[in-house]
Design a binder for this molecule. Structure first.
Ligand SMILES: O=P(O)(O)OC[C@H]1O[C@@H](O)[C@H](O)[C@@H](O)[C@@H]1O
Length: 308
């Protein structure tokens, strides 16, 4: 992909700029009055989002790999057409294959309210059909404004239905893992991956003090990460998703992962907007399905302040 041509065809003066990023991958720098973002065309992956006068929303590992065939650790990887291990146990990659593909730039635009919108896309090729034998168009629409909006659209170009699971596997930056609470999953049942997929029920808000890897099912629309270290709340509003995945690797796994520093687990949590576990989506021939997440940072919430 030629950066000069990308800028000529899709750059927007002062707002959307293409550049060569880490690993030689094309990156997109988005800036407007409300916030900024960096998007990698490799992986179709937002790497950072920073509303004006705010800390970054996202964790991006300093030890991340920027190499063809490897996922970039951090930001918002796209897991598709399956979430987690290969559902057919054929040794295909965990979380599918689109996070390790170079996507196409479909279009860039400024919306009516001054947000910047970038649409990336990926379609089947002989190589993808050898991994997953279906014809598809996959689009990711990234809208950068006061909040960050991600919408993933799957179109089935085949003559037969296909089934997918999927996730927006976002890594949220937190002040310290000891100082966060995740709200909105109280009383919700989940599969506990660190306890052999045992089915459990969430008692109260989530706090994290050991490895957590859970698939929550029948989830309502809004979740909140309440971060008292950064004195902010991240509001996660999901559409067309009934599954939420909460993941923190904790110390041992963080130290084992080559693309995380030993203590990185203290500074992120993944709260993923998904269709996964028992929520498998069937897409009719010629049909489409969507999943979307909106991330908004709120600060200085009066009800969080101690009474005067
Ligand atoms: O592939 P990544 O980005 O390292 O993420 C891996 C993790 O992703 C999470 O979504 C899964 O629930 C975990 O089981 C898994 O370990």
């Amino acid at each position: 992909m030629n950066i000069e041509e990308l800028n000529k065809n899709h750059g927007i003066d002062g707002q959307v700029k293409f550049m060569e990023g880490a690993g030689g991958f094309p990156f997109i720098r988005v800036d407007n009055a409300k916030g900024g973002a960096v998007i990698s065309v490799y992986g179709g992956q937002v790497l950072s989002f920073q509303p004006a006068n705010e800390q970054n929303l996202m964790f991006l590992s300093e030890a991340a790999y920027y190499e063809a065939g490897k996922g970039i650790k951090g930001g918002a990887p796209v897991c598709w057409p399956w979430f987690g291990p290969d559902p057919q146990q054929q040794g295909r990659p965990v979380h599918g294959f689109v996070r390790t593909r170079l996507w196409n730039v479909i279009k860039t635009e400024t919306t009516g309210n001054g947000d910047s919108k970038v649409t990336l896309g990926l379609s089947d090729t002989a190589e993808t059909r050898a991994i997953w034998p279906h014809a598809f168009d996959l689009d990711l629409e990234v809208t950068v404004g006061n909040s960050l909006n991600l919408e993933l659209i799957t179109r089935n170009k085949d003559t037969a239905p296909f089934s997918i699971t999927q996730a927006l596997h976002t890594y949220f930056k937190v002040g310290h893992i000891d100082r966060i609470t995740i709200l909105g999953l109280e009383g919700v049942s989940y599969l506990d991956k660190v306890d052999n997929y045992a089915q459990k029920t969430q008692a109260g808000a989530i706090t994290i003090n050991s490895e957590v890897d859970r698939i929550y099912q029948d989830v309502q629309k809004e979740l909140v990460i309440d971060d008292t270290a950064y004195d902010r709340r991240i509001r996660i509003q999901s559409s067309d998703s009934r599954t939420a995945v909460v993941w923190n690797p904790w110390a041992r796994i963080s130290a084992q992962m080559g693309d995380l520093k030993d203590d990185d687990y203290e500074h992120f949590v993944c709260v993923e907007t998904a269709n996964a576990g028992s929520e498998v989506v069937e897409v009719a021939a010629g049909g489409e399905c969507r999943v979307a997440a909106n991330y908004l940072i709120e600060r200085n919430i009066p009800e969080l302040k101690p009474a005067a």
